[in-house]
Design a protein around this ligand. Structure first.
Ligand code: ATP
Ligand code: MG
Length: 652
């Protein structure tokens, strides 16, 4: 193609050749007079035409095949052959061929007939050269225009096909809307997204699909979030970008919509996880410090009790208040996943069996409690006391949600969570879980309450009734035990809370700790206490002495090792896990054991420190006493440690 011009149609450019110089072209001359043919030839060749000649219908036909002319100039009378009939033969043979007829002046009738039969023009004999050249030029221009039209149509067709392929295959919904807001077209993605047939949408107002008008001022403003509604009523969260186009004089809006419901759900899930994490750190920090203070208060109150007698009301009030305070900090620690747990391998169904009496007594008489447990439920490894406490919290919540009475169902089952399910639940990882499901027929929660139910201190109950820590404890306990918890609830439709606790294979090896009698006393042993909080250190020394132990003390690891080197006899080291000065409690113990392999050990900890646990320092035979501790617990744990028996949950 020489000399090309461009025409733009959207992003597709169609290239069409310009009209070629009309002088040039191949002309087939057909006449039974050879002299006339040669004189015409002589006239045309100098004008730039390529010329071939034929004297009859047959030779005209073969010349058409070989020479491929653009124009045939035919005499209407070809001896025995008929020029008019030849027109259709040649045109059939070579579509696009232009045919000019030459007639005598007298034969206008034949000329009209020839035009009717498909001739493009006619010339009268004798041929005027100027008229001939003009007629040929017109033919060539006409042919060029037709060729150009054909190219445009082909280009348009292919661009239309391309556009259709794009709109058909694009994942976003494309909806075009006229200036009145009526839908003009929808692509297959829109049909799928909104669940309508396209015929149900064309001509309808776009308000049928989205809750916001698509307006001129939205054009080119970047994506906006709108709500869409499917035919089945489901609400979709959409990101909508509006473009505009002029089709002729008509203004059209193009809405590009993407379903972001899933993305929004994941974002909300992530926000929730981050919020819980941040709150956990905050509450954990506060609870840890309060724990130490409460430990000191409680311990000293117990020592005071020894002196003034157990009946003293003031001392009892202090012990009770400190006890309640420590219950609160324990729930906070549980939420923060920092509560030192004493996990044991157990079957929740059995534990539940043991709780039925307690629950029946605790809950109102109008509550009908049902336990559903299969025989073949898997084992879990969890702190039984904490699990009981979690279930009690749930049962009390249900009880409070059913003031008029109702049904409480506690069900234990097995469930395998695959990757796809796990992706849909905050905090969940794939695996096999034992589920404990607590369902009530109570008031249920509205979405606002449901969204915050696990938050610490979130309560809808009046002051003094709820502290907002029940579900927080349940949540933290499930997470710290390697599982997770979910709530389903609707206002007026009751509530279901389900704990997922990971399945374990092993049998329990931990022995029970003895029952609560008088605190067991020392049998002449010496204890080295290592604790950086001086008040806790003082208290521990005093408590140990009150139990009859000889006591040495250090406030950090290096000093403890010096004492261990010098002192002739130390039976047990009672050490905090987290110590300042570069040596953690377990590291002090490790070093000490090199020279004193039979040294007994008992750790104390305000919270289950992740670094100490994950570093494996506490893994082997380590027993941990949870702060704040009662004197009785300290005394018992000391006797267990002195005897070299591993504590609950520890390996022998
Ligand atoms: N079974 C339930 N039915 C209806 N609402 C519930 C249920 N369980 C919890 N809630 C809602 O969630 C909130 C938080 O519960 P959570 O157990 O954490 O705290 P609380 O019961 O208010 O106080 P606390 O448990 O510390 O005494 C409740 O105040 C209540 O609005
Ligand atoms: Mg509660």
């Amino acid at each position: 193609m020489k000399d090309a011009s461009a025409q733009s149609n959207g992003d597709t450019t169609i290239r069409v050749a310009a009209v070629a110089p009309s002088e040039h072209g191949k002309i087939l001359l057909v006449d039974d007079d050879p002299d006339f043919l040669s004189s015409l030839s002589d006239l045309l060749q100098p004008e730039g035409y390529e010329v071939a000649v034929a004297t009859g219908a047959k030779s005209a036909s073969s010349a058409t095949a070989e020479f491929e002319p653009d124009v045939a100039l035919l005499d209407i009378k070809l001896g025995t052959d008929n020029g008019i009939e030849l027109i259709s033969t040649l045109k059939q043979q070579r579509p696009g061929l232009a045919c000019l007829i030459m007639t005598g002046y007298a034969d206008m009738e034949s000329a009209v007939r020839a035009l009717r039969e498909g001739a493009d023009d006619f010339l009268t004999k004798p041929i005027d050269p100027i008229n001939l050249i003009r007629a040929l030029r017109r033919c060539r221009q006409q042919q060029e225009l037709e060729r150009r039209n054909r190219e445009i149509v082909t280009a348009l067709k292919s661009s239309e096909e391309r556009m259709r392929a794009i709109t058909t295959n694009v994942a976003d919904a494309l909806v075009t809307i006229d200036s009145r807001g009526l839908i003009e077209s929808v692509n297959p993605a829109a049909v799928k997204m909104f669940g309508y047939e396209s015929s149900e949408l064309i001509g309808e107002n776009v308000a049928r699909l989205v809750d916001e008008e698509i307006r001129a001022e939205h054009v080119g403003k970047g994506p906006r979030e709108v709500n869409g509604t499917r035919k089945d009523g489901e609400v979709l969260e959409l990101e909508c970008t509006v473009g505009e186009a002029w089709i002729g004089s008509e203004r059209v809006f193009i809405g590009v919509m993407r379903d972001i419901s899933e993305r929004k759900r994941l974002e909300a899930q992530l926000r929730q996880t981050q919020k819980m994490e941040a709150m956990g750190q905050l509450t954990g920090g506060v609870a840890h410090d309060f724990n130490n203070l409460l430990g000191v208060i409680l311990g000293n109150a117990e020592l005071l009790e020894d002196q003034v007698g157990a009946e003293d009301p003031y001392v009892q009030a202090v012990i009770r208040a400190a006890g309640r305070g420590s219950e609160l900090t324990q729930r906070l620690l549980a939420f923060s996943r920092l509560k030192p747990l004493q996990p044991r391998v157990l079957k929740p169904a059995q534990l539940l069996g043991g709780m039925s009496d307690l629950l029946t007594r605790t809950l109102g008489e109008t509550i009908n409690i049902q336990f559903l447990t299969g025989d073949d439920t898997w084992r879990i490894e969890a702190d039984p006391a904490q699990l009981e406490s979690a279930l009690l919290n749930l049962a009390i919540n249900s009880d409070q949600a059913m003031p008029e009475g109702g049904k409480l169902t506690i069900e234990v089952g097995n469930e395998t969570i695959d990757r796809r399910r796990a992706a849909g639940i905050a905090d969940a990882v794939p695996g096999r879980y034992v589920t404990i499901t607590v369902t009530d027929t109570g008031a249920g929660m509205e979405p606002k309450v449901l969204a915050r139910a696990f938050d610490p201190f979130f309560t809808t109950k009046s002051v003094g009734v709820g502290s907002g820590l029940g579900l927080s404890m349940v949540y933290g306990f499930a997470r710290q035990s390697g599982g997770f918890a979910v709530i389903e609830s609707e206002l007026g439709q009751g509530t279901t809370v389900r704990l997922y606790l990971p399945q374990v294979e092993a049998e329990s090896t931990a022995p029970e700790i003895g029952s609560r009698t008088d605190a067991p006393r020392a049998k002449g042993e010496t204890v080295l206490v290592v604790e950086d909080n001086l008040e806790v250190l003082d208290l521990s020394v005093t408590l140990l002495e009150s139990l009859g132990y000889k006591v040495l003390s250090a406030s950090e690891g290096v000093r403890a090792l010096e004492i261990l080197e010098d002192a002739p006899k130390i039976d047990l080291i009672l050490s905090d896990v987290m110590l300042p000065g570069g040596l953690l409690g377990p590291e002090v113990v490790q070093r000490a054991k090199r020279s004193r392999p039979d040294l007994r050990v008992l750790f104390m900890s305000g919270y289950a420190d992740a670094t100490a646990r994950s570093s494996g320092l506490l893994a082997e035979g380590a027993t941990v006493l949870n702060k704040p501790f009662r004197r009785y617990d300290l005394a018992c744990q000391l006797r267990v440690a002195m005897a070299g028996i591993p504590g609950p949950g520890q390996k022998a």
